[in-house]
Design a binder for this molecule. Structure first.
Ligand SMILES: [Zn+2]
Length: 294
């Protein structure tokens, strides 16, 4: 006769857990995930929720490893949500990290292994640009930077695409491009009407992408397309979930999409990094423009 791994009572010949105990534990796991996730998004400390976490764990008979897995998932979800909502300062980074540490997890469980960790790192990088605390990029820089130019973030294996045909539109009117104080351009109220020609995306090249305090660099490994695009040549950035679109004067929009990283987790994070690339580039362009006094 096996013993139920949840309640410690006899479970039966063929099972190591009661159906009811499994259902109850799963309910507890969901409650636990939500409690941790909410604590992270609401800016609470682990101390604020410690008592209720312990009540859930013991009340639902959640085994320790499953409780830790639920805390990890809830933490990651909360950290991701909060990081995308606003830039995370280094102090926020530490306070949010304290929650998983106090709950019994370590850096080894979280760093480079959770979506929340990547989102927090990306968000914090945007914060450092906005607050003039850039920590120069430590990865490989395969470009010749100009004097005083600081590398901020680089990504390998980025696919660049651009529209193959010119769209023509019927109806609508051209929008107003307005230059705002920080030097960025925003397009207001343009109605596109409807396209009469279908467009497709053409692959331009695949390779290294680097963002610095002054410009974007690209070095293609397939077709040898190399360029430096300084921020003052950019008219606007366009966010996509998995990419960022960059429009320069008189040229078609080019879409930069990260493809493959060293690990599955890093790949997943980069393929969902459009929000990060867009906000980082906007911040870098605004700072560059302010520094040059355009
Ligand atoms: Zn049981």
């Amino acid at each position: 006769m096996a013993i139920c791994r949840y309640c410690g009572q006899k479970a039966g010949w063929l099972s190591d857990a009661h159906e009811d105990c499994i259902r109850k534990a799963n309910e507890g796991i969901e409650t636990l995930k939500l409690a941790i996730s909410n604590a992270v998004t609401a800016g609470k400390t682990y101390g604020d929720i410690k008592a209720s976490v312990e009540t859930v764990v013991s009340g639902y008979h959640i085994p320790h490893p499953e409780a830790l897995a639920a805390i990890k998932a809830g933490w990651s979800q909360g950290a991701e949500q909060r990081s995308k909502a606003q830039p995370i300062s280094p102090d926020d980074f530490d306070a949010i990290s304290d929650i998983y540490k106090m709950a019994g997890l370590t850096k080894d469980d979280i760093w480079y292994k959770t979506a929340g960790f990547y989102a927090m790192g990306f968000s914090c990088l945007i914060w450092t640009v906005l607050h003039d605390h850039i920590d120069p990029y430590q990865g490989p820089v395969r470009f010749q930077l100009q004097a005083g130019e600081i590398p901020v973030y680089g990504i390998a294996n980025v696919l660049v695409r651009q529209e193959r045909t010119t769209k023509s539109y019927v109806g609508g009117y051209s929008g107003v491009s307005m230059r705002v104080a920080n030097g960025l351009y925003y397009r207001l109220g343009g109605m596109r009407g409807h396209a009469v020609e279908s467009t497709s995306l053409q692959e331009v090249d695949y390779g290294d992408f680097l963002m610095t305090t002054r410009a974007i660099y690209f070095g293609g490994t397939e077709k040898g397309t190399n360029f430096r695009l300084s921020y003052n040549q950019v008219i606007r950035f366009q966010p996509c979930s998995d990419a960022v679109g960059i429009c320069r004067n008189g040229a078609r929009e080019q879409i930069f999409a990260p493809q493959q990283a060293a690990t599955a987790e890093a790949t997943r994070a980069l393929q969902d990094s459009g929000w990060f690339l867009f906000n980082l580039l906007q911040a870098l362009a605004a700072k560059d423009s302010a520094a040059k006094g355009y």
